[in-house]
Design a protein around this ligand. Structure first.
Ligand code: CDP
Length: 245
């Protein structure tokens, strides 16, 4: 959120610099089960962002001090590959990736049926191969597909989506320029079946009305991405088992 007033992000015709309408998200593609060595995996392309997620487990939690007697812990590692970005600070494990790993783990713990696996651990590795704003959301979507691919029971899938504000206008799914120079960003993790929110962060300021519009856009995008997640999992199921999904 740079908030530079002199950078134009909306065109004269009301469209955004990349030609999208205010309530239009970037194109999304999803594949499940792309990594043979993992128990579950997913690949998500969201605009120019590319994320890969590998899931391992459930396995016995080690060291024992991280074990929970009544449930599994989800150990998330979000990382930006060195070649994922061209500017700003050096990627790699740092304060930002630790924060994103932590909030992602908390979001996933509220959808995975963790109580079914006491004293165990589920490892979720999220690798961002290309970063163009919104990578924490893309990571959450990829993790949900990879967890489902690993056969880990969940209450629902969880979809990462964001809306925000540029030039006093609420827009869905900020790209890099909009994220850098816009006024606000509201990433969320949404359970698409119930509309519950399992993850929410906010950068910048939004009025109550603007927040409600962001919420409406995020719910719409979550439902659209949910369809693609289910399609990817069905394709994967057919590939593994043959026959009808
Ligand atoms: O990626 P996300 O929007 O979830 O997180 P952010 O911290 O708001 O970062 C926004 C964008 O800035 C990222 O998606 C990257 O494109 C870029 N960035 C970067 O180039 N180098 C970093 N070390 C961190 C972020």
């Amino acid at each position: 959120m740079g908030g530079y007033g002199d950078v134009k992000l909306l065109r004269e015709d009301g469209l955004r610099l990349d030609g999208r309408k205010v309530d239009e998200m970037r194109e999304v593609e999803i594949e499940a089960g792309i990594l043979p060595a993992a128990d579950g995996s997913a690949w998500v392309k969201h605009g120019l962002n590319v994320a890969v997620c590998a899931v391992y487990g459930p396995m016995e939690a080690h060291p024992r001090k991280i074990q929970r007697q009544d449930r599994a812990v989800i150990d998330v590692r979000y990382n930006m590959a060195p070649f994922s970005t061209s500017d700003r600070i050096r990627p790699g494990y740092n304060r930002r990736s630790r924060e994103i790993s932590k909030v992602t783990a908390e979001a996933l713990e509220s959808v995975v049926l963790v109580e079914r696996f006491p004293r165990s651990k589920i490892r979720v590795e999220i690798e961002i191969l290309a970063a163009e704003a919104g990578t924490r959301c893309v990571g959450i979507t990829a993790a949900a597909v990879a967890l489902a691919d690993a056969g880990i029971p969940m209450r629902d899938l969880i979809v990462g989506v964001a809306s925000g504000k540029i030039e006093d206008t609420v827009v869905l799914d900020l790209d890099k320029a909009e994220d850098n120079y816009g006024q606000a960003d509201l990433p969320m993790g949404i359970l698409p079946t119930t509309g519950e929110i399992a993850f929410l962060q906010m950068d910048g300021d939004l009025s109550f009305e603007e927040y409600n519009t962001c919420m409406e856009y995020n719910l719409k995008a979550a439902r659209e991405i949910h369809v693609l997640m289910i399609d990817a999992l069905k394709r994967r199921y057919l590939e593994k088992n043959g026959g009808e999904a």
